[in-house]
Structure formats: C-alpha cells, structure tokens
Design a binder for this molecule. Structure first.
Ligand code: HQG
Length: 197
C-alpha cells in the first residue's frame, strides 16, 4: 500500500515532459500568450508564472513550485533556473528583444551537433541562430550528438575552435554547464568531427 501511494504521488514522465514543454514555450517563445513579460535576463516572477500557467493550461493538480522543482530535478538538461522568487529559461529563446546571458570565457573547444543536410549552408554562412536568438553550442561531443539527433539519426558533429574565436573577439555566453551561446560563428572556426558514423 505504501508503494502504491508513493507511486500515486510521483508524476509520470509523460506529464513531466508535457509540463516542461509548456514551460519552455512560455519562457522561451511566447510569454505574451500567458500575459507575462520577461525582464532583460529572461526572468519572470515565479508566482505570476504559476498563476499564468494554471490559468492557460488548467493543470490538474495545479502546477506548483514543488512540481516545477521536481521536473527540473528529474530532467537530464538544466533548462530552467529559479532564483530570488523568479524563474527563467536558461537558453533557447526566440522572442523579440534579446535576452542577456552572462558573458564568459569559453572552454578551448566546444561542439555543435547538426543535421548532415545543413552542412553545405553552414560551410558557406557559418553557424547562424536561425529561429532562435543565439547559436547553441555543446560542452561535449555526447551532448552535441544528442542535439543533432533531433534532426538526423547520424548527425554531423562540428568541433568549434572556441579559443581562437574568443581571441578574435567573438563573445561567448554561458547558459549552463552543457550549453554555450554565441551570436553567430564564421565557418573558419568549425571543423567536422564525424558526419556519418
Ligand atoms: C542549424 C535543444 C543551415 C543548426 C537542444 C541547427 C539545444 C544552420 C538548426 C537547443 C545554419 C537550428 C538548441 C546555417 C545553423 N545553415 N542550418 N548557416 N546555422 N544551422 O533548434 O542548436 O531540448 O534552433 O545546426 O538540445 O539544434 O529544447 O538549435 O540544426 O540545446 O531544451 O539550424 O535546443 O534543447 O536549430 O538546439 P535550433 P539547436 P531543448
């Protein structure tokens, strides 16, 4: 019986993913739909956020800070941050009005996982933010592979010479230990690690 009750209290993975996607949508792409305005760092008051999420999605049981913390704790990726009673998405924004991230000296090498079909354009134009505010880079190859696999079973992994780019004045922004951001990145700082393994 104890086991049963314990299971009932735990949210299933599908609900966690569902809520997490709605949170990403609100905090990265469309806060206005929720009547929310993000500050320049992407933060919004947590209570306002919870009220807005519950108003729009009618979550049962109601979404609470505890649930959000549970989702954040259980996720492989650190997508959100709660600080001083506020919440933000750490990366991924597409809203107009650029979100500021802390500028930081990057590790010497970063990675970018992408679809093989994008390579000709990337070699020509470099990495561009496309639909988002920034280009997203990964701290390690495994993460880059996972990112690329969203679009290609055998993704291309690009090695980014972050040391050289940084020396040349390109600014790097820190999102979390796995995700770094840049405004864009010329192809001369990129080389292919593997295209079709
Ligand atoms: C590609 C997920 C053609 C770029 C992930 C990428 C990440 C170009 C796509 C985060 C190009 C943009 C972001 C060019 C770049 N020509 N294609 N010149 N420059 N591209 O989704 O990095 O699970 O905006 O290679 O894990 O894939 O949502 O960026 O394939 O951390 O938390 O254009 O989103 O995190 O795609 O992914 P995206 P991304 P979450």
């Amino acid at each position: 019986m104890t086991d049963h009750r314990f299971q009932d209290k735990r949210m299933d993975k599908r609900s966690q993913v569902f809520i997490s996607k709605k949170m990403s949508y609100a905090l990265r792409h469309n806060p206005a739909k929720y009547g929310l305005t993000l500050d320049k760092y992407g933060y919004v008051d947590l209570h306002q956020f919870l009220a807005a999420m519950n108003r729009v999605h009618h979550f049962h049981p109601r979404l609470t800070e505890m649930t959000i913390r549970e989702i954040m704790h259980g996720a492989k990726k650190q997508r959100f941050k709660i600080k001083n009673g506020q919440i933000c998405a750490l990366y991924g924004h597409s809203i107009p009005g650029i979100i500021k991230h802390p500028e930081k000296v990057p590790p010497a090498v970063l990675y970018h996982g992408t679809a093989r079909r994008f390579l000709p354009s990337i070699w020509q134009k470099g990495l561009l933010p496309m639909g988002r505010q920034y280009v997203h880079l990964s701290a390690d190859q495994a993460t880059a592979r996972q990112v690329g696999q969203r679009r290609d079973q055998k993704p291309a992994i690009l090695v980014v010479d972050a040391a050289a780019a940084s020396r040349d004045g390109i600014k790097f922004y820190y999102a979390n230990d796995q995700v770094w951001l840049v405004d864009q990145l010329p192809a001369k700082y990129l080389r292919l690690l593997s295209a079709s393994r």
